[in-house]
Design a protein around this ligand. Sequence first.
Ligand SMILES: Cc1cc2nc3c(=O)[nH]c(=O)nc-3n(C[C@H](O)[C@H](O)[C@H](O)COP(=O)(O)O)c2cc1C
Ligand code: SF4
Ligand code: SF4
Length: 266
Amino acid sequence: MENKDEIPSGIAVGLVPEVAARAAKKVKESIGIPVAVKITPELALFHMLKAIPLYKKAGVSAFTANHSFLSVAPPDIYNGGKTSFPHMETTALFMTQGPWHRFATYRNVAMLGKYFKDADVMACAGLTIPEHCIEVMMFGAKAVQLSSGIFLNGVSFPGKVLDFMKTYMQQQGYSRVSDFTGLGQKYLVEMEECQQEFKPQVGRLIASIDREKCVGLSKCKICLDNWCYATYEEDGKPMVDARLCSSCNLCVIRCPHEARSLQYID
Ligand SMILES: Cc1cc2nc3c(=O)[nH]c(=O)nc-3n(C[C@H](O)[C@H](O)[C@H](O)COP(=O)(O)O)c2cc1C
Ligand code: SF4
Ligand code: SF4
């Protein structure tokens, strides 16, 4: 980088992968042991794709994905927008942690698993229930770091995750952790490939209603809550106009009686 003033510092180093990769290379050369980089979720998807070859070239062999977003705590809307931190007159544009980081963690763990297969990845950020830990491992994480999960659930949380994992593995028939690590990777494809799978379904995959399970519109109004153009009422029952159904699956998710499903029609 030409201008020294442009070189970021602290957590912002990850925003300029050229600098982060060069620093990692120097550290590796100096201490001669494998180097792991903790990456930022702030780097957008396409910038992350460009960063991966730089880290490869620098000899980085492991990652923690991710650190925290640089964000800000909410204002107190009942106190003129003052900071909601107790005893503080001001608030900083600073880091936040916690559950809302989770999908950025999935993204970067999945991306590293796909585009940097040799790297070891430790998942971090937003993992607050045991299932989250299995999910990131299915995307290829070999280890999990718990931070907010411990604040929210107490210090017994890591033990609970391990207990859950043992039961889960017994139920699913996995004898080793490596039996399920990375299994979800093979379902991750580029958007174009996914669209190729989806296109033939449009107009053929239509919501259907199981009349045995549906309790009827006199008892349940969810279907006609004005959010689906395809659903209409006939004789007190919800009906689906197949020509208007866009296969969006929302009604399947929202029906509290599992009466809805998507079915192929010819
Ligand atoms: C009290 C506290 C101290 C932290 N100290 C560090 C630190 O020294 N180095 C670091 O890389 N991350 C540090 N972090 C960030 C966490 O490692 C983690 O990246 C972040 O909390 C996001 O994960 P979470 O959503 O599970 O909390 C700290 C977080 C908290 C809450
Ligand atoms: S939401 Fe489900 S149970 Fe309720 S009316 Fe619709 S299909 Fe029937
Ligand atoms: S919510 Fe979506 S899937 Fe269900 S009937 Fe409406 S358009 Fe079809």
